[in-house]
Design a protein around this ligand. Sequence first.
Ligand SMILES: *Cc1c(COP(=O)(O)O)cnc(C)c1O
Length: 393
Amino acid sequence: MNHPPADNFETLAIRSQGERSAFQEHSASIYATSSFLFEDAEQARRRFADEEDGPIYSRFANPNTDELATKLALLEGTEAGIATASGMAAVFGSLAGLLKAGDHVIASRALFGSTHQILTQILPRWDIACTYVDGTQPDTWDAAVTDRSRMFILETPTNPGLDLVDLEQAAAFSRSHDLILNVDNCFATPYLQNPAPFGADLVTHSGTKFIDGQGRVLGGAILGRADLIDSIRFFARHSGPSLSPFNAWILSKSLETLAVRMEAHCDRALALARFLESASAVEWVKYPHLPSHPQHELALRQMRRGGALVSFELKGGLDQGGRFLDALKMVSLTANLGDTRTIATHPASTTHAKLTEEERRAAGITPGLVRISAGLETESDILADIAQAIGGG
Ligand SMILES: *Cc1c(COP(=O)(O)O)cnc(C)c1O
């Protein structure tokens, strides 16, 4: 990996590149191969014995997945990283690669739906228990600690409530109870927020969202402390959540434009949040960099900008929300987020439908909540479609 002469985000994202081949290609090439040749029996022995660096088999590592993981670790300010086939492979790897039977996890309640399923349906099969806490109430966290607690896992901003968890407080809490702090940084991306300098031990990403940013591929990554990543690498090497070289190449190339794309996403999201705040049909709007956000000060401290997601509820709740979604002409109705296309989602009936009504309430998901992922279309076109859908309701 060639490290550029400067440590600024855009330069690192563009100029950190794996070794070039004999062709001296300017842009990275794709290593679509499942295995790699050894020069002789002795080199094969050395590679398998970890006495010599170098590729063996693409389930273990590949130049494209290595480039992506190394670049993301640089952008997050962590010691090491590993690329995975999806964001959920990253979240699962960060848990299954480190925890054992009898361990206990403390989790901020507002988590991605599949993370919630892993913590409440899958890990308990292996006698790994979980206690939920309110991520916005740090003074309540101590009560969840047991002598088996090993990890604190959280997302900030939360999905889809857009509440924040104070990363500095989460790190202090984790340090004082000897917990591994594991932060899903998917919503913010490494451009808007870096949990590791605040004290996070692990950072996970779904590359599927803003890192790809164009709705093409699945991918993920786990970044963090070298000793933890070593354990997770052992787990991943033998259990196989490997990212394909092609998807790794897409994601690594996409990182080159992440900064400019996120600036443009944030411009549109902020304009939309301000518009919704001024619209009389809207009950409430949540956007981290609006002064009306209850944790606005914290948002300014830990997020470079407010992100691409805006959550709101129309007056008239669920019924009015449904009419709004059906009235949209350009904005896409889909469960994804982090695309060039602006997307509207109704979490209570889709992404969070498997939660009970009570679990949704606790996670801040009201029945009529609509989540918008601001895309990159012309700002006035996004606002016009949303305005006509509100007005036409
Ligand atoms: C989408 C998402 C994931 C899962 O990512 P996949 O690539 O779909 O597996 C995890 N966490 C958050 C916050 C997400 O938005």
